[in-house]
Design a protein around this ligand. Structure first.
Ligand code: ZN
Length: 345
């Protein structure tokens, strides 16, 4: 089958089109999906750059996000059947460890993410456990379906389960060109919050408004602290969504209200951040890390997508053979929304 693979990791690594063996069903609970589209996430860049011990072997099929049509199912599978159109929770889990037993599969001891710890979605066929698939929203393009899960499930867990956003609160979201930030705007609006969004580009600001942000500010051209204080006063924001890291943390903390929660799912500008412990306890802040989602969060997010509450923004669709172009665009930070790789048209 055709797949987009890495043949090694490092700064120069880029995925190439290859012919690789098709995967077989490996357990009675598995399904095999004929892929239509895969979508890129920051995670895919980390895998290409080389995470310790990841991926397990080369050539490695890339891609965590994807959507397709169920092609065959294992003997024990009753939840889906061949012909069903599906999206994935890319985090496969053991189902037996303490985290899985309490229903928080995002913290599974043996979590294995498609495209990271196991073969990814940028391939004609993908095998994964049936419990990790859900019905694709009707009336959406395959690109939108592929672009949904990682960003929206991540944002759903961040804001609903971790930061516990309440109606009437103010949420600051950095970098509205990115998929998680765009999903975070939609989730925060759904939860009844007022959203302030930043971007360095006019297209990102415009999109943030369309997604429901009440206020938008250019974080390169304008003074974000003055702008936000003009809206919320000196009290600051109840919740800050920061996936930027070094470049934004000092401002995020300046703008965080007493009792505020900062929720973090990335560090695109650099990982080393500072924190004055006196301010942390005096202001009674919560600094919350978050990544991926539990099965319950996947199902909740998907139900809200089906009902039209959440819909991802697709930046660009490239054919499988040109996957490297999508990586390059993501690396340059030019996207407004999700980059999608069309597997079969
Ligand atoms: Zn587990």
């Amino acid at each position: 089958m055709r797949a987009l693979v890495l043949e090694g990791a490092g700064e120069e690594a880029e995925p190439v089109l290859a012919d690789v063996p098709a995967p077989a069903l490996s357990s009675p609970g598995d399904v095999r999906v004929a892929m239509r589209a895969a979508a890129l996430n920051r995670l895919d860049m980390f895998v290409a750059g080389g995470l310790p011990g990841i991926p397990p072997a080369y050539p490695h099929i890339v891609g965590a996000d994807g959507a397709g049509v169920v092609e065959s199912v294992g003997a024990d599978v009753t939840s889906v059947k061949p012909g069903d159109e599906v999206v994935f929770n890319p985090g496969t889990f053991c189902g037996e460890c303490p985290a899985c037993a309490r229903g928080d599969e995002a913290l599974c001891d043996r979590i294995a993410i498609l495209g990271e710890h196991r073969s990814g979605t940028a391939a004609e066929l993908v095998v994964l456990p049936a419990r990790n698939v859900g019905a694709a929203p009707a009336g959406w393009s395959w690109a939108e379906r592929a672009a949904l899960t990682v960003a929206t499930m991540t944002a759903w867990r961040m804001l609903s389960s971790r930061a516990r956003v309440q109606p009437g609160e103010t949420v600051l979201v950095w970098g509205a060109g990115g998929g998680v930030a765009q999903a975070a705007i939609q989730v925060a609006v759904h939860l009844g919050a007022t959203v302030i969004a930043t971007s360095s580009r006019a297209a990102g600001l415009e999109r943030a408004r369309q997604l429901g942000a009440s206020h938008v500010v250019n974080h390169n051209a304008d003074d974000v602290v003055a702008f936000v204080r003009g809206i919320v006063g000196r009290r600051g924001c109840d919740v800050v969504v920061d996936s930027v890291g070094e470049a934004t943390w000092p401002t995020s903390l300046r703008l965080l209200a007493r009792g505020g929660r900062m929720v973090v799912c990335g560090a695109t500008s650099g990982p080393m951040v500072g924190l004055d412990a006196r301010r942390l306890f005096w202001h009674q802040w919560s600094i919350l890390g978050s990544t991926m989602g539990s099965q319950a969060e996947f199902r909740e997010m998907l139900a809200l997508a089906h009902s039209g509450k959440f819909r991802p923004v697709v930046d660009k669709v490239v054919p499988l053979a040109e996957g490297a172009k999508a990586y390059a665009r993501l690396a340059r930070g030019e996207q407004v929304g999700k980059l999608v790789i069309e597997v079969t048209s």
